[in-house]
Structures are given as structure tokens and as C-alpha cells.
Design a protein around this ligand. Structure first.
Ligand code: 1GP
Length: 235
């Protein structure tokens, strides 16, 4: 089971790394070179999804990926149309930082009949968007405000509420291509407050930033744009 593997890694202090692929920016033709690089990278997971993708080639992309790599593939959906039975699991997200009911419960309800037809492992994931210097796609699409980057206490309080509500993972997010990453002091505070695994992503562009996130308590770091822009990023 994917979740128990994540828990075990946390217990053994083995850090995890996910490469996020945005189906909007990825064609099946590009996948061969991407798959090769992913295979030879330190990635432990592949996440696939985006804020606004509504295309039709998701199944094809995932099936193609599966031919070449054996890493677990988790959906990271912006809406229920991004559910594909070909993946291994789904981060079942609640946008805890926002006050838009669509992203707290409406999309989740609409996803149920779709999920019922799949064998995806469903992992309840709290999702907290942090202000990162400019408007991000998540902010635009979800029509919500991110949390202030200088209020680690409130971010930790929000994360803990998600844990109490039953979230199995917590995702601290600056947004794809963010100008500024989530502050390390905030990662630290949230990690100290939670008992569930902490995912951190958004705007991470260097190995030092990955290390900083891990050193401050992230259990899994997500890299999207940096790898998309330079598939030799991990070499
Ligand atoms: C976005 O956290 C992820 O949801 C990854 O962000 O694309 O900036 O790496 P980047």
C-alpha cells in the first residue's frame, strides 16, 4: 500500500521525492526522454495533475509512463476530470487554506462515482497554499487567498485542524513555479505540529532548497517546474 510505504519511510527517516508532471504541458511524444530521466533520478514517486487540465490524454500518458518506470504514480488532481483508473493512487485533496466550498467538499463529492469505478488507493490530503510573491495558478483557479507567509503559527494551526479532520498527508504548497518557496521556518513549525507526513512543494529550483525543506521536517518534496524546464536537473 502506498500510504503505509510513506509512513514507513517517515518512521525510518528516509526522505521521499516526487516529480510532478503537468499533463497540460506534456505530450506523449516527450514522455520517452522524461521517463528515462525520471528512472535515473532520485525520485521515489511520480505525481501527475495540474490546476486546470481537462484534456483527454491522461490515461495514455500514465500507461506510457508505466511501461518505462516502476515508481508509484499518484494523481494530484485539480478537478474530478483528472481522475484516471490507470494510476496507482490519488491524493484526495482538500484546500484547507481557502474558503471556497467547491475545493473543500463539492469536487470531492463529484469524484465519488468516478472513484468507485477504479481501484485507486485514496489518500486524504490537506492542501495549504502559502503566499509566494505573485498570483499562482491554484490561487487563480480556486479563487482563494493563500495564507500569509509570515504567520507560521496559523499555517500550523490550519494543518493540525486537517490532521484532526482525518487527513493522512499534509501538503504545504507555494504554487507551481512560485517566485518564493515556502519559508523554512514555516516548514519547521508545521512539521513539529503534525504527526502525519508533510509534503512540501512549489518553486523549488535548487538542490539546496530541497535539502532545506528536508532538514526542516519535510518528509516528501515535490519538484515540477524545475524538472520540466531542465530534465537534467537531477544529474
Ligand atoms: C505544484 O508543488 C508543486 O503544485 C510543484 O511546484 O512546479 O514549482 O516545482 P513547481
Amino acid at each position: 500500500m502506498l500510504y503505509s510505504q510513506i509512513l514507513l519511510a517517515k518512521k525510518e527517516n528516509r526522505k521521499l521525492l516526487a516529480i510532478l508532471l503537468d499533463p497540460d504541458k506534456l505530450t506523449v511524444e516527450q514522455l520517452s526522454s522524461f521517463s528515462n530521466k525520471i528512472k535515473n533520478s532520485p525520485a521515489t514517486h511520480v505525481f501527475i495533475g495540474g490546476s486546470s487540465f481537462e484534456g483527454t490524454h491522461l490515461d495514455e500518458l500514465i500507461l506510457h509512463l508505466k511501461k518505462h518506470i516502476s515508481l508509484p504514480i499518484l494523481l494530484f488532481p485539480g478537478n474530478p476530470s483528472q481522475i484516471s483508473a490507470t494510476a496507482d493512487g490519488i491524493l484526495f485533496l482538500m484546500l484547507l487554506s481557502g474558503r471556497n466550498a467547491d475545493y473543500l467538499i463539492e469536487h470531492q463529492i463529484n469524484a465519488v462515482p468516478i472513484l468507485a469505478k477504479t481501484k485507486l488507493e485514496i489518500i486524504s490530503t490537506g492542501y495549504i497554499l502559502i503566499e509566494s510573491g505573485s498570483e499562482t495558478a491554484v490561487q487563480r483557479v480556486s479563487k482563494t487567498k493563500p495564507l500569509a507567509r509570515d504567520n507560521s503559527d496559523y499555517a500550523a494551526q490550519t494543518a493540525k485542524a486537517g490532521e484532526y479532520l482525518g487527513n493522512k498527508l499534509m501538503y504545504l504548497e507555494a504554487g507551481s513555479g512560485a517566485k518564493n518557496v515556502v519559508p523554512v521556518a514555516m516548514i519547521k513549525k508545521v512539521a513539529q505540529t503534525l504527526t502525519i507526513p508533510l509534503l512540501v512543494g512549489g518553486g523549488i529550483r535548487s538542490k539546496q532548497e530541497i535539502k532545506d525543506a528536508f532538514d526542516n521536517g519535510a518528509d516528501l518534496v515535490v519538484i515540477g517546474t524545475a524538472f520540466e524546464n531542465d530534465i537534467t536537473f537531477f544529474e
